[in-house]
Design a binder for this molecule. Structure first.
Ligand code: ZN
Length: 403
């Protein structure tokens, strides 16, 4: 479907009669199920919606005619018998590209209308290259990825950009006009290169979206994401949508004070989480007691061989992380807290003490359904997240459902 054909359908639903509206509602339900579950047989769609075979047959035929879905896939028969024909969202109906320009890496991702990630590649980049140079590298990487995966971007609906260190907020003056114009330049560059609208946001917040969608079938779930990297950042997803806050910095948990007599922070606060839970802060503390610790990998090795000094450092850090999370949990009552960034490699060594600290604050009470876990997508999650957000914004299912 071309872009113009894609956009033509918008706004044509409003004057439908009652029956037609009901039919559209059923269709949207079918499309939503295909996003949540992937390709389904007609029978599975009937079971999931409670619609009759005749109605489902008519709905699927209509959606195929409008090229919203295709029925070109087959599931092999489990025993003797015919294979089952599967209905899936037409992957060419719309797609989105996600580009992440990180501090030490570049990542690109392509996702289709079914919110399936068709390609996702991450490459390291030298830290002193500016954003424009990184964007050049990202566009070259995108070209090689689409060629390698034989992806055609003719249904490209939008693109998204994830940046480290910048928050988009048209209402608030960032106080950094030079930085703002550099960001505007790379956004323009991406828009011009792909010829589609571009959205952008902060990497860590977009990683939160990617983590949510990696696990939850429902796009309406909640999640708190905390990145422990060269900075401590976070993102909050409520009811499937990124929370922005009044000044665009919702979720920035790094400057919650976890120790009122702790070291001063560059933000002006004292004992901020960021003074303890960054890669450098953690390694410096570990190195002071276990001199062979040079990076996160060697810290994990020290923990694996039960080095008691290293364990004490990580236990204390986990306790502080738990204290900070303890301020988040009563406010948001999230189902999941996901820990990402390089320090997520410490896994249970860090998460165990954090959970224990939460338990001591009586926050893991019986009725609270809280999971604290490490991130599923190790690198470049923001590229995936921003491609999904771009699809939500520019290729929502009700567009696909419009005639
Ligand atoms: Zn601070």
């Amino acid at each position: 479907m071309t872009k113009s054909a894609w956009r033509r359908g918008i706004g044509s639903v409003s004057n439908d009669g009652v029956l037609r509206k009901l039919r559209r509602k059923h269709e949207l339900r079918v499309l939503t199920i295909l996003v949540e579950r992937g390709p389904c047989s007609r029978r599975e769609l009937e079971d999931a919606t409670g619609l009759s075979r005749t109605t489902m047959s008519a709905i699927v035929a209509d959606l195929v005619r409008r090229r919203a879905v295709v029925d070109d896939a087959q599931r092999p028969a489990s025993n003797r018998g015919r294979p089952t024909t599967l209905i899936r969202l037409n992957p060419r109906a719309a797609s989105a590209v996600g580009v992440e320009l990180g501090r030490g890496h570049i990542s690109v991702a392509v996702a289709d209308i079914g919110r399936s990630v068709l390609a996702h590649v991450t490459e390291p980049v030298v830290a002193d290259r500016g954003l424009p140079a990184r964007m050049d590298t990202a566009l070259a990487l995108l070209q090689s990825v689409t060629a390698a995966h034989k992806l055609e971007l003719d249904g490209l609906a939008a693109a998204g950009l994830g940046l480290w260190g910048h928050h988009p907020d048209p209402e608030i003056d960032s106080g950094d006009p030079a930085g703002d114009s550099v960001v505007a330049g790379v956004v323009d560059r991406l828009r011009a290169a792909l010829g589609v609208p571009v959205i952008w946001d902060h990497n860590i917040r977009l990683a939160a979206v990617a983590e949510l969608r990696a696990v939850e079938l429902s796009a309406r779930a909640d999640l708190v994401y905390v990145a422990l990297s060269h900075r401590v950042g976070g993102g909050v997803v409520i009811n499937g949508a990124l929370a922005r806050g009044a000044s665009g910095t919702a979720g920035e948990i790094g400057h919650v004070s976890v120790d009122p007599i702790g070291p001063p922070c560059w933000c002006g606060g004292q004992g901020c989480l960021e003074q303890y839970l960054t890669v450098n802060a953690m390694l410096a503390r570990a190195r002071a007691v276990a001199p062979d610790v040079v990076d996160v990998g060697s810290l994990v090795s020290a923990l694996d061989r039960r080095d008691s000094a290293a364990i004490a450092v990580v236990n204390w850090s986990g306790e502080l992380l738990g204290r900070a999370l303890g301020m988040v949990v009563p406010l948001l009552d999230p189902r999941r807290i996901v820990i990402g960034g390089e320090l997520a490699d410490l896994g249970e060594y860090l998460l165990g003490p954090a959970r224990a600290a939460l338990a001591r604050q009586k926050l893991s009470i019986r009725d609270r359904r809280l999971e604290v876990d490490t991130a599923r997508i190790a690198h470049g999650a923001a590229a995936v997240g921003v491609a999904l957000v771009a699809l939500d914004e520019y290729a929502p299912l009700h567009d696909l459902n419009a005639e």
